[in-house]
Design a protein around this ligand. Structure first.
Ligand code: ADP
Ligand code: MG
Length: 144
């Protein structure tokens, strides 16, 4: 299944993330592909909002992962990874990437998932964001 959207501003991309979050289930993995500045973190902000998270979503560039607890609903936490600075899989294995991907109670959102080639679960959402000035073409694929 592929769905395709065009957004014209960061606000619209955030809103799309918020709407997308409605379909998320505990255990889901969402991979966000796109160049620096494409809007991956902006989309993640929308997901967080949609999941009822009120804390600020910053790009976790310097920490690889940020975990946000969720008080209400079936999804217990949002694990937000930004792997831009990841050099070797060793570094991510140290933080227990397998456990994070296997976690059946949370939702995992990954910026720069290319770095995890080979260990991404087959069942996941792949979201590709292409830049055209302020326009973003956003394709959502679901793999089961
Ligand atoms: P990434 O996480 O992919 O590096 P960010 O979400 O941090 O990207 O940043 C996206 C940047 O692009 C922001 O500065 C935002 O204001 C800008 N922008 C302009 N148009 C859009 C759009 N349609 N959707 C998302 N971001 C946009
Ligand atoms: Mg980012």
């Amino acid at each position: 299944m592929i769905q395709e959207y065009i957004t014209l501003s960061a606000d619209e991309t955030e809103k799309l993330g918020e709407e997308f979050a409605v379909i998320l289930q505990p255990g889901d993995v969402v991979c966000l592909y796109g160049d620096l500045g494409a809007g991956k973190t902006t989309f993640t902000k929308g997901i967080a909002k949609g999941l009822g998270i009120h804390s600020r979503i910053l790009s976790p560039t310097f920490s690889l992962i940020r975990i946000h607890d969720i008080e209400k609903g079936p999804i217990k936490e949002l694990d937000h990874l930004d792997l831009y600075r990841l050099d070797t899989l060793d570094d991510i294995q140290k933080i227990g990437i397998e456990e994070i991907l296997d976690d059946s109670e949370g939702v995992t959102v990954i910026e720069w998932p290319e770095k995890l080639k080979g260990i991404l679960p087959k069942q996941r959402y792949d979201i590709k964001i292409d830049i055209d000035d302020d326009k973003r073409n956003i394709k959502i694929h679901k793999y089961e």
